[in-house]
Unconditional design. Structure first.
Length: 222
């Protein structure tokens, strides 16, 4: 069934393995390996990793850009609204997203179907290097955030481009976030061995050279 979905995505986008087909294949492998696409790990990524607590999200409108199919906002039952935007949101329904307590919207980071200044918290975890138009994605991230909103960002920096991660970002990527104040900024080394973004973030070794991770908490000021 998922193989058929990938074939239809390839057909829509002109042959060869498109970025969307590659992303879907990745998540299919994860589901096969895990038996499900687990999401119990996300609360600490949104809270303690940024010096926040669940109380900071109470009554707030949350948007996770490039959310994938895991149910990244399942933990946030105290929030007023939980939305995830991903270009493959419709395809991810076959992976069980209809069972999640959040709303999935099929949209790329460059064109978000939300009103200006709608969200209190905007996040993008392991997503910014996946976009096709970096400037447009940052512009939308900013547009949908209300004044005083919290911005949460985790992205790889300095890696070679791939089909699914076409953007090679530098540490100065935060300069693109006009209208935001940087509250915290951490430069983190990638763990040796298998590619593990979240495990590297939790390990928290300071970056010294090569590719790494940028974790930043932002505040919307304009």
């Amino acid at each position: 069934m998922l193989q058929g979905l990938r074939q239809r995505i390839r057909a829509r986008r002109g042959g060869g393995q498109s970025k969307g087909a590659a992303e879907l294949a990745f998540w299919e492998r994860r589901k096969q390996g895990e038996g499900t696409v687990r999401n119990d790990q996300f609360e600490r990524f949104f809270t303690s990793q940024f010096g926040l607590t669940p109380d900071d999200f109470a009554g707030k409108r949350l948007l996770d850009i490039g959310c994938g199919p895991r149910g990244s906002l399942e933990w946030a039952s105290m929030a007023a609204e939980r939305a995830g935007a991903d270009p493959l949101a419709d395809e991810y329904r076959r992976l069980g997203t209809d069972d999640h307590a959040m709303t999935y919207v099929a949209a790329g980071a460059e064109h978000l179907p939300f009103d200006d200044a709608h969200f209190d918290v905007v996040s993008a975890f392991n997503a910014l290097d996946h976009v096709d138009d970096l400037q447009a994605a940052v512009g939308e991230y900013t547009r949908v955030a209300r004044p005083d909103a919290v911005g949460l960002l985790l992205t790889e920096v300095g890696h070679e481009p791939t089909v699914t991660e076409p953007q090679t970002l530098d540490w100065d990527v935060l300069d693109l976030f006009a209208g935001w104040r940087v509250v915290t900024e951490d430069r983190i080394a990638m763990k040796p061995g298998p590619h593990d973004v979240y495990g590297s973030w939790l390990e928290g070794r300071p970056w010294t050279e090569g590719s790494g991770l940028l974790a930043a908490r932002l505040e919307r000021v304009a």
